[in-house]
Design a protein. Sequence first.
Lengths: 45, 330
Amino acid sequence: MTLLRRAIAALGVAAVIAGALRVRGTGGTPPQSGGWRELQGPELK
Amino acid sequence: MTVVGQRTATVAVAGVGATGARAARQLVGCAEVDEVLLSGHGERPAAMRRSLGDRASLADPLDATGAVVLAGATSSQLELARKAVQAGLHVVSTSDAVDDVVALLDLHDLAVARGVSVVAGAAFAPGLTCVLARHLRGWLDTVEEIHVARFGTGGPACARQHHDALSTRTADWRDGEWSRRQAGSGRELCVFPDPVGSIDCYRAALPDPVLLHRAFPEAERITARQAANRRQRLTAWLPMLRRPHPEGRIGAVRVEVRGRRDGVCVTEVAGVIDRPAVAAGAVAGLTVRHAVADAFVPGAYGLASVVDSTAFLHELAAVGVRAAVFVGST
């Protein structure tokens, strides 16, 4: 019974951590240089 | 406005929501179209007809002589598309539902037999994404990967599709086979043109990989992602908790193509920002003009398979939809 309770508690903690990681955080870092400019001239050929 | 072709025809717009209304407005003002036939539910078609003037009328879509734009609810598109093809009409669909796009592509043999084109996914994403992918592909000697991302929604139907796309399984092309993953996974920070900027995007059930794989079968990886916030991800498995807005605000698409040029690995990135329904209407309208001018070969495909991307982007720029490229390190 103790083992079962510990397993359920471990699963619960794992689910909370997984949920937090899924909801929070970020998918990467934005580029540190460069930017957007309109397509023009040779790029439209 | 540029004249794409000399032939003129009557064009039907089935569904005059946020996107269909913009497409109809584009078509009313162009030289290739004699008259625009409007149809749909409720009072909107009549209100649109009053707004568009003498060159628009209310009629059955199959009364058209040139093409039908399918801009209505996604579930209603296939039956009308089949009837239109059988009637010898070009079909341009704005649906961004995977099932719709696959079903429309299945009309290929019928379209070839009837000598008409069926353009699936002629909107913002897919649509403009396909044109950008085709354009970037032209800058490379070989293509290895194509990654598409989108942000924002058009009208209510688009918002519902956006919601549904985050709750099912996705299909990305990966190393020669379709890879099924859970939507909402695969977080990746995607950089869209300013002022949208960097936004986390996730796998979603989007039809872009299906269309792009047909156009670029040599590409080893083709993926599509969709921007979503925490609320959208957490509630994706529920029905929409509130009514969608009549029209979304600013949206953006981004296409990244990786390949080789002169033996060197290169990555090219292009994007567009606009109100999604406005850009989708412009893409659909321009696609119809090309179809009516018989610029496309008979068959069913996405824009990436047939479009002359340079001319198409020039014409889109003329109506205010301007593409941008990312210069620098991504």
